[in-house]
Structure formats: C-alpha cells, structure tokens
Design a protein around this ligand. Sequence first.
Ligand code: DC
Length: 228
Amino acid sequence: MDTPHMADFVCPVITIDGPTASGKGTVAHRVAKHLGFHYLDSGALYRLTALLAKQKGVSLDDESAIAALARVLPCRFVHGHVFLDEVDVTDAVRAEAVGVAASQIAVLPAVRQALVDLQVAFRYAPGLVADGRDMGTVIFPDATLKVFLTASAQARASRRYKQLIEKGIAANMEDLVKDLTERDARDSSRATAPLKPAPGAFILDTSAINAEQAVAQVLAWYAEAPKP
Ligand code: DC
C-alpha cells in the first residue's frame, strides 16, 4: 500500500468480519445506513474478480493473470447494484458457484494485494462500514470499531437456504452445510490474511439473535468507541 491520504486516518471505520452467511452483509449494510456511512462489501470484489476470470476463461489458479484482472477491475457500485463493465451482475455475483470461485482466488496473495487500493479508496467522510474476512486484520487495522460475527454452520446454512428458496433457486441443506464448512476451512487456513478475529475485535454470535439485535449491538459498541 502506498502512503495513505491524511483523510484515511481521521475517517471512522467499522469493520465487520466473519464467515460466509454469518449475516455480516445485512448487519454491515444496516449499520452503514443508520450512521449515514459508506459501505464496502469486500467479498463482492473477490466475487467480481472470480466472475471476470471465468468469463475470460482464465484458470482459477493462474495467480498473475487473475491479479492483473483484479488490479484494473472494471466495477461500479450504484444504489445497491454491482456492474462489471456496463453489465449489471448483481445477481450473477451472488451465485454459489461464484462464491466458491471467489474463495479459491482469495487464497492467492497477488490477487489480495491487487485489491488493497480499491478497498482503501472506500474510506472517505463521513465514514465507512467494511464487511469481509480481513477488514480488521489487514485492510483497516486502525479501525474505530472491529466486530467479528459468527454463527453455527447449521444456523448459517439455514439462513442461506431461506435466501435461495426466496429467490426461487433450488437448494439442499446438506450440500449447503458441506459447502459452508469447506469454504470456512479454506478461508481460515490460508496463509495470507486468514479469516480470524482481529486483535481487539468484539465477537458477536448471531446464531440465536436476529439482524435487528445484531445491528443494535454494533451501534451500541460504536457509540462507546473512542472516535478518531
Ligand atoms: O463474503 P462473501 O461470501 O461474498 O465472500 C466471497 C469469498 O471472497 C469468501 O469465501 C472469501 C473471499 N473474501 C476474502 O478472502 N476476503 C474478504 N475480505 C472478503 C471475501
């Protein structure tokens, strides 16, 4: 990372990291809305890179070719929609297969490095809520508040199941639990920026609480946190 702009140091950031389907997207989005902050869905950047690699026929283990795509990722985020070049890929990036591909390319250090500047650029006034795996550990280590959301694999699989069925996409609980567990193992065991709570992170288990309760807890922690 090059020398960050001074504004980077004074602008508050809340990082919300956690495993897939832990509810961090919903919680981060609502916290951002409540505070009037910007929102970074860092997983979308890995998903977009994976989708682009698939579209271009680049092998998912070709580190330098994928890093080259990530470095100039032609993406735009507009009112909750995600565009790759001029194409709206909001639904396409959420597909399970793209999530699995994203997790595969996310183990490649050059790809992670290629996405750093893009993520840091989301930090501007009045503040940012950033959701991902390494927001508190790597991208925004000086965050105002760091949260690590967890939930049991069963709770996460049933949430994902509900989301897919609501969208009219066929789903199978057993496959989802297997997929989540494999993805957790890959995200947690990789050498570069593994999924783990940042030092000083507040841990929030969402297995038995709803999104509103999780949002209220994050806002309460933020209210107490020393501001930059
Ligand atoms: O949060 P998500 O399911 O959209 O993320 C998709 C994949 O991207 C996830 O399995 C791991 C990777 N990822 C990452 O390595 N680091 C991040 N900050 C966000 C996502």
